[in-house]
Design a protein around this ligand. Sequence first.
Ligand SMILES: CC(C)(COP(=O)(O)OP(=O)(O)OC[C@H]1O[C@@H](n2cnc3c(N)ncnc32)[C@H](O)[C@@H]1OP(=O)(O)O)[C@@H](O)C(=O)NCCC(=O)NCCS
Length: 248
Amino acid sequence: MSMDKKWKTAISGIIDGEAHIHGYKVTELIDKIGFTDAIWLELKGELPTEKERAMLDGILISTIDNGLGPPSVTNARNSASAGNPMQASVAAGVLGVGDSHGGAIEECARLLQMGLTAEKLVEKVISSGDRIAGFGHKIYKDADPRATQIFEKAKKLGFYGEHCELTVAVEKVLEEKKGKKIPINVDGAIAAVVSDMGFDYRLGKGFFLIGRVVGLVAHIFEEMVREKPYRRIADEEIEYDGEPARKI
Ligand SMILES: CC(C)(COP(=O)(O)OP(=O)(O)OC[C@H]1O[C@@H](n2cnc3c(N)ncnc32)[C@H](O)[C@@H]1OP(=O)(O)O)[C@@H](O)C(=O)NCCC(=O)NCCS
């Protein structure tokens, strides 16, 4: 094998004229494994155990769709409404993901993987005036049911480890500091479990994107076949509060 080529990858390649992923022939993967197994293989380099597959399945399902409201889906549907093709509208939807939408998994996992105690972690973030990613919710003020479900599944499958425990400890310290409960949200639970499954925090947004693209494709298709083109915000919902009309 030549070692001096400019582009190198250990993920996939052509061996004896056939595509392989981490050494497994794609044709054999098509025959023998499921999609979530293939995602795990692509990201981790090995096939998952049954428990690992089941846990990743749950995580990905939680990211697929939570309604038309969030920026990823509205971006995608607005783009489709303007007459753009599928790939452009998926790209528009992906650009609707950011630090405030889907981005908390990465930041929370980064904090959890720093090796700090719960007290130090809370102190570090709060003293700089920031909010701790993965905690708090606009609607769920006591517990985010998606986070509860993910932790329950992690316990059942044996992935409730030190990062999950740290997350619960952070929730307690945060409650003491703030005088009210700021519950672990779905992003925080995912961050804790993927950390306990040995994933690098920099894959955090990746988990959200892998699942969310499924939802984007479905929403874009529905926009194409169900709605009239050129969706726009109704005038009653728009308020102009700039300069009154004036002359040059
Ligand atoms: C999700 C979020 C925007 C909800 O905000 P909200 O509805 O304004 O939150 P609440 O009204 O319940 O609480 C506001 C108070 O709690 C504090 N608070 C809320 N979430 C906090 C967090 N994650 N870390 C620290 N403090 C937090 C605020 O600083 C504020 O405190 P104050 O009253 O002393 O100013 C917010 O919790 C947040 O930014 N979380 C972090 C980002 C995140 O995880 N996003 C993914 C959501 S699924």
